[in-house]
Design a protein around this ligand. Structure first.
Ligand code: GAP
Length: 430
């Protein structure tokens, strides 16, 4: 974990938020390479769910919503941790972390347990009173539920179908730590999949399998993933069943994504509180019902951490240490690096720059001449760049360049005019 955190800082994947002021606990900034990785990850998720399937629509709802939404969803009353404070060291603990009658940290006197709501509050408008109170959303899901009739009507959708959304969520987490794993501001990738009651258990099973396979498709080793079904007493207030997909993080097995059977809880609650009828009318069977919902809900930041941890390896090549991020091509922040073998030869530098410019039309490509070729390769391996293109003296006469594969380290000699087509072909279907 230490090695990964250090690489992420050194190579511009992840920085601490407000670092020059000492940092803000449990909030993180994605640097230039982290921002690319994050975009690619979200794109891969969106493509798999919204483009490749025919039964899902996309949505981008606002973070701020009417406070009634969070009353209906149960978050105002139930989205809580039970906490205990230490009167001596002032540290705060979740009740599960306190076993005896003393502070687990300093042995001091502790307070009675109290409820602590995890939603972050804010005020809209000029006056900060109860009437202007609202919340930063703690899940993206509710933006989907309240738009259910809008999407059904505007897209003429029939059940079963789903709505997918990616966006920021906020929680005033008490237990933090483990790097980006549990943050106070994070991103979620959520699908609410609406089904006919009675078919929900089948769809639940299908989605658990589908989501497990998605992580494998994008490169996570099967042996580092497992499914864990929640016991009844662990279930959230809205769920009839839930399975976590867990990843074997460097700090142990932990939740990457949860797939829940939310039943008709949310739509029923919103019907009751808004006074709007959120029933679905089935034209074919002339039935009216509130759909059940299967919800695959993953964290963007946790997925990034898992993909980074899973792809990191160190090996020895010709007596030297090689650090490689074997990221899936679709996720790699930089797809190709063009490297001139001699940076003091203007013709070579020009050709390398021309190739970079051409590649940039199709993919994220960079030019680098700031070191020896060995060092340049190592730098690209460490950030997961799948291909390096080397321009050498021979390139000037045979109009060919060397393309090196990150994983096999095999080198192919390719015509300068074919490089873009060759690399674009390698990226296709990735
Ligand atoms: N809509 C359901 C829901 O929000 P959740 O299990 O609380 O369920 C879903 O969250 C996913 O969101 C988790 O599996 C995790 O990947 C991510 N997540 C939740 N809280 C997080 C936090 N504080 N920091 C980073 N990711 C978080």
């Amino acid at each position: 974990m230490e090695k990964l955190v250090s690489l992420c800082k050194r190579r511009g994947f992840v920085f601490q938020s407000s670092e020059i002021y000492g940092g803000l606990a449990s909030t993180w900034d994605y640097g230039p390479l982290g921002a690319e990785l994050k975009r690619n990850l979200k794109e891969a998720w969106w493509r798999s769910n919204v483009f490749e399937r025919s039964d899902i629509e996309g949505l981008d709802a606002s973070i701020l919503m009417r406070p009634e939404v969070w009353m209906a969803s149960g978050h105002v009353t139930s989205f809580e941790d039970t906490l205990i404070d230490c009167k001596s060291c002032k540290k705060r603990f979740k009740i599960e972390a306190v076993t005896g009658k003393k502070c687990p940290e300093c042995g001091g006197v502790i307070t009675e347990a109290r409820q602590f709501n995890l939603m972050l509050k804010t005020h809209l408008g000029a006056v900060e009173d109860e009437g202007s109170l609202t919340y930063l959303r703690p899940e993206t899901a509710q933006g989907i539920f309240v738009n259910f009739p809008n999407v059904v009507n505007s897209m003429r959708r029939k059940i079963p179908f789903g709505i997918a959304q990616i966006g920021k969520s906020f929680r005033n987490e008490v237990t933090t730590g483990n790097y980006t794993f549990r943050s106070r501001e994070f991103e979620q990738m959520e699908i609410e999949f609406f089904v006919k009651p009675g078919t929900d258990e089948d769809w639940y099973e299908k989605w658990v399998a589908e989501r497990f396979n998605w992580y494998v498709r994008f490169g996570i080793k099967k042996e580092n993933l497992r499914k864990r079904e929640h016991a009844k007493n662990e279930l959230a207030h809205y769920a009839k069943a839930c399975t976590d997909i867990e990843y074997n993080f460097p700090f142990g097995w932990s939740e990457l994504e949860g797939i829940a059977n939310r039943t008709d809880f949310d739509l029923k609650q919103h019907s009751a509180l808004s006074g709007q009828n959120l029933e679905y009318f089935d034209d074919g069977t002339k039935e009216r019902y509130i759909p059940y919902v299967i919800e695959p809900s993953g964290g963007v930041d946790r997925a990034i951490l898992a993909f980074l941890a899973d792809s990191y390896s160190e090996e020895e090549v010709k007596g030297e240490k090689r650090v490689v991020l074997a990221l899936h091509k679709a996720l790699a922040p930089v797809k190709a690096a063009v490297l001139p073998l001699l940076r003091n030869r203007p013709e070579i530098v020009k050709l390398a720059n021309d190739i970079t410019k051409d590649l940039k039309k199709d993919m994220k490509a960079v030019y680098d001449d700031t070191g020896s070729i060995g060092r340049l390769y190592r730098r690209q391996d460490e950030i997961g760049t799948p291909y390096c293109v080397t321009v050498d003296v021979d390139s000037l006469s045979d109009h060919k360049v060397t393309v090196r594969d990150r994983d096999t380290m095999k080198q192919d000699r390719i015509g300068v005019d074919k490089v873009r087509e060759y690399l674009s072909g390698k990226m296709k279907g990735a």
